[in-house]
Design a protein around this ligand. Structure first.
Ligand code: PBE
Length: 268
């Protein structure tokens, strides 16, 4: 109602995702203390549970705040806005990096080279995410996108020799953007003869798995802010192949119909 505070309208609840995601660590460890949101609940769940809650609220024009990020299909599906972050806790635009285990170049030089050459833009990633969101399974969406973007894909395989069934393990977390990018890279690696095992894990085990060498590579490292803690924890135990995409964003996201503009408004 009009008399309830901003916090009451939202039931002092922010719908989060999986514990261990960088955006959850940032929200709980930095956003809450910096903005004085100690009486708010940051609900743990998953990317899929977050988008389901968002859809449910949106369809009923009810209040909701989620931990959100771009690129992501939710901005095409719903009219949403980021809350201003005047303290800059969520950082600025970031890059997504490809991270390989130590020794990958020696063991699988062709796979290493392709992973190193993998690079695309947010609009490409969004197209794949939208195909998956519309109901295609991720492998089919990746194959369809690749067939429609042969020129770009050929820049990743350029100069890379074919192999005969070498096995590679890619680790990924079930975040919609990383599901899409990991399946596209799997498709490209398989197109030159790799046998790719895509293994879904949580964020901590993804970094730990590359550091220990149980996984060969991952393409969903958000840097320098979102995965800063993991990067520092395992530095020296992985090889950073640099950015595969630039221009991401993180923050608290609400439907455009909500009359709130800044994280600072939440304490009212
Ligand atoms: N995300 C998507 C991840 C990185 C990619 C923003 C949900 C995270 O918070 O760690």
């Amino acid at each position: 109602s009009e008399t309830s505070s901003v916090g009451e309208q939202f039931d002092h609840t922010i719908v989060g995702i999986d514990p261990g995601a960088g955006i959850m660590n940032l929200t709980i460890n930095e956003v809450v203390p910096e903005y004085g949101l100690e009486d708010w609940n940051i609900v743990e769940g998953s990317g899929a549970a977050m988008t389901a809650a968002l859809k449910r609220a949106y369809d009923n024009e009810e209040p909701i705040i989620v931990t959100g990020w771009s690129p992501h299909w939710k901005f095409a599906a719903f009219d949403l806005k980021y809350l201003d972050d005047p303290k800059g806790v969520y950082g600025g635009a970031e890059d997504v990096h490809t991270i390989a285990r130590q020794g990958l170049q020696e063991d699988h030089p062709e796979g290493y080279q392709l992973l190193d050459q993998f690079n695309w833009g947010p609009e490409h990633l969004e197209t794949v995410m939208n195909l998956i969101q519309e109901g295609q399974n991720p492998s089919d969406a990746a194959a369809q996108w690749a067939s429609e973007n042969e020129e770009l894909v050929s820049t990743w395989t350029e100069g890379v020799n074919e192999v005969d069934g070498e096995e590679l393990t890619l680790l990924y977390v079930a975040w919609d953007d990383v599901i899409a990018s990991s399946h596209v890279v799997e498709y490209a690696l398989e197109s030159i003869g790799f046998d790719v095992d895509l293994v879904q894990v949580d964020a901590g085990p993804m970094w730990a798995g590359i550091a220990s060498g149980s996984g060969d590579a991952m393409v969903g490292a958000w840097l320098p802010t979102t995965h800063a803690d993991y990067y520092a924890e395992y530095e020296g135990q992985f090889e950073d192949l640099g950015s595969n995409l630039t221009g991401t964003k993180l923050g608290l996201v609400v439907p455009a119909y909500m009359d709130v503009e800044s994280i600072e408004d939440l304490v009212e």
